[in-house]
Design a protein around this ligand. Structure first.
Ligand code: PMP
Ligand code: GLN
Length: 388
C-alpha cells in the first residue's frame, strides 16, 4: 500500500523552494524575473573558453575527491592574498558542488539529533533544510530593519545560545538583505563564539560583490576564530556562473576532515572541467567580479523603486534590494499577485523567517541587464502600488 505521506517527517514543511516556485511563475506569466538571483550576462570570456578547452582536452572524468590540486592551491592563495589567511591546500581546503553542498556537508557533519544550530533570520533557505536533514534543531535570531540598513544585535545572539548550541551560521554579505556585518558586530559575534565554544559556519559567497568601496572581513580573521570557523564560498557569484556549482570550504584540519567525510557521500565530486577554469581566474577574483556593474544596477533599480513610492532598503553588497511594504503587509501575497498584476516576479523575504519580522519585506534581484530592470520598473509603474 503506498504511504499516505512518503516524505520523511523532518523534511515536511519544506515543499518546493521559493526560487523554483517563483521562477516557474515568471515563465508561466511571461514576467520579468527579479526573483531568483542569477545574472543574465555571462562571466569572463576567458573563463568560459578555459572550461570549453578543458572539455575538449578530455577533463571529463571524476576529479579527485577533495577537488583538483590546482583549484585547492588557488583557493588557498586567494584566502592569503585577499585576507591574510593561511590554509594548507591539502588538509584545509575542500572543493564542493557549489556553496550549497558545502553548507549541507558542514551542517550534517557538525550537528545531529539533540544539537541546536543558530541561524540569523532572514536565512538562506537551504540552512533550515540542512539543519532538518542533519536531525538537529534550529533557533533563530533576527537581523532587523534599522533605518536605512539592518542590524544584528550580538546580545540577542548570545541570549539564544543554550547548552545544546553547537553551530552558529553567519552569512555576510547577506542574502536576502544585502547587509554586511560591521566590524563591531563581527568582533562581538566572535567573542560569543569563543566564550561558548561554538563552531561558526560562515557563508561568504558574496565576498566580491561589494559596493561603495566596502571591504569584506571573513570572521576567520578575528582572534580565536580561525580554529573554529568553516568558511564557505563559491565561484557562482564572483564569476557569474551560478550554473557551474563550484564551491569550496576552508577550515582547520579536524573541521575540514569532518565536512569532507560527509561531502564524499553527497555528490562525491563534481564539475571536472570547471575546476581548472576557476583555478585559472581565481587569482583575479576581485578584478573580474562584476561589482561595478552591479552597483550601477543597484542604483538604477533602487532609484526607480523609490520613485514609484516604495520604501527601499539599499544594499551594501550582493544581488538584492529589499522593499519594505510596511507593518501589516503580506509580502507573500504581494509576490504571488505581482506577476499577474504587473508582470514582475520578486521574492517574499518572509519565507526566510521563522518570526513575523519579515512579513512586509520583498526581495528584488538587480543582477539583470539595465534594459531588463527598466522594463520591470516600467511595468511596476503602470499598476497601483499595493502593499499586499
Ligand atoms: N549561500 C547563499 C547566501 C546564496 O545566496 C547562495 C545562492 N545564491 C548559495 C549559498 C548557494 O551557492 P551555490 O550556487 O554556489 O551553491
Ligand atoms: N541563491 C539564489 C537566490 O538567493 C538562488 C539559488 C537557488 O535557486 N537555490 O536567489
Amino acid at each position: 500500500m503506498p504511504a499516505q505521506q512518503p516524505l520523511v517527517e523532518r523534511m515536511r514543511g519544506f515543499g518546493t523552494t521559493i526560487f523554483a516556485e517563483m521562477s516557474a511563475l515568471a515563465v508561466a506569466t511571461d514576467s520579468v524575473n527579479l526573483g531568483q538571483g542569477f545574472p543574465d550576462t555571462d562571466g569572463p570570456a576567458e573563463l568560459l573558453a578555459a572550461a570549453a578547452q578543458a572539455i575538449r582536452d578530455g577533463v571529463n572524468q571524476y576529479p579527485p575527491g577533495p577537488g583538483i590540486p590546482a583549484l585547492r592551491e588557488a583557493i588557498s592563495d586567494h584566502q592569503r592574498a585577499c585576507y591574510g589567511l593561511d590554509y594548507d591546500p591539502d588538509r584545509e581546503v575542500l572543493v564542493t558542488a557549489g556553496a550549497t553542498e558545502a553548507i549541507a556537508a558542514a551542517l550534517m557533519a557538525l550537528a545531529g539529533p539533540g544539537d541546536e544550530v543558530l541561524l540569523v533570520e532572514p536565512y538562506y533557505d537551504s540552512y533550515a533544510a540542512c539543519v532538518a536533514l542533519a536531525g538537529a534543531r534550529r533557533r533563530v535570531v533576527t537581523l532587523r530593519r534599522d533605518g536605512p540598513g539592518w542590524l544584528l544585535d550580538p546580545a540577542e545572539v548570545e541570549a539564544a545560545v543554550g547548552p545544546d548550541t553547537k553551530v552558529l551560521v553567519l552569512n555576510t554579505p547577506h542574502n536576502p538583505t544585502g547587509a554586511m556585518l560591521g566590524a563591531d558586530v563581527l568582533a562581538a559575534l566572535a567573542d560569543v563564539a569563543v566564550r561558548h565554544d561554538l563552531t561558526v559556519v560562515s557563508d561568504e559567497v558574496y565576498e566580491h560583490l561589494l559596493f561603495d568601496g566596502r571591504a569584506h572581513t571573513p570572521i576567520a580573521t578575528l582572534p580565536g576564530m580561525r580554529e573554529r570557523t568553516v568558511t564557505i564560498s563559491s565561484a557562482g557569484k564572483t564569476f557569474s556562473v551560478t550554473g557551474w556549482k563550484i564551491g569550496w570550504v576552508c577550515a582547520p584540519p579536524a573541521l575540514l576532515a569532518a565536512v569532507r567525510t560527509v561531502k564524499q557521500f553527497l555528490t562525491y565530486v563534481n564539475g571536472a572541467p570547471f575546476q581548472p577554469a576557476i583555478a585559472a581566474v581565481l587569482p583575479r577574483a576581485a578584478e573580474l567580479a562584476p561589482a561595478p556593474a552591479l552597483q550601477a544596477q543597484r542604483d538604477r533599480l533602487c532609484a526607480g523603486l523609490a520613485e514609484l513610492g516604495y520604501d527601499v532598503v539599499v544594499p551594501q553588497a550582493t544581488y538584492f534590494a529589499t522593499v519594505d511594504l510596511g507593518a501589516g503587509a503580506d509580502a507573500a501575497d504581494f509576490c504571488r499577485e505581482l506577476p499577474h498584476r504587473a508582470g514582475v516576479v520578486a521574492i517574499p523575504s518572509s519565507v526566510f523567517h521563522d518570526s513575523p519580522a519579515g512579513d512586509g519585506h520583498v526581495r528584488f534581484a538587480f543582477c539583470k541587464r539595465p534594459a531588463v530592470l527598466d522594463e520591470a520598473l516600467n511595468r511596476l509603474g503602470k499598476v497601483e502600488r499595493r502593499t499586499s
